[in-house]
Write a protein that binds this ligand. Sequence first.
Ligand SMILES: [Zn+2]
Length: 96
Amino acid sequence: MSTDTDTVVAKYLTVGGATVDVTDTRIEGRYGTAQRAVHAACSGAGCTSSFTGTGHGWDDTVPYAAAAFTDALRQLNEDAQAHAETCRAMPFGGTQ
Ligand SMILES: [Zn+2]
């Protein structure tokens, strides 16, 4: 049974009215270990931007991995914020 979970941990409003969601994904690892990855994606129609945190597959129980996760999440939030400040793609069904 899969125990994968996605949790949106930050959301940025773009100048086009879409959002950039930062997601913390917990994945059941190959040997039953908890692993994490971070992603950010823009919901703007036609916007192909997506960001991926560095260091996929952290074992959540290893202290240095937790620190790497925190660093990657902080960097990803900065990237998502920067994208939101400039992206003019509107969301699907956006206002006219
Ligand atoms: Zn965008």
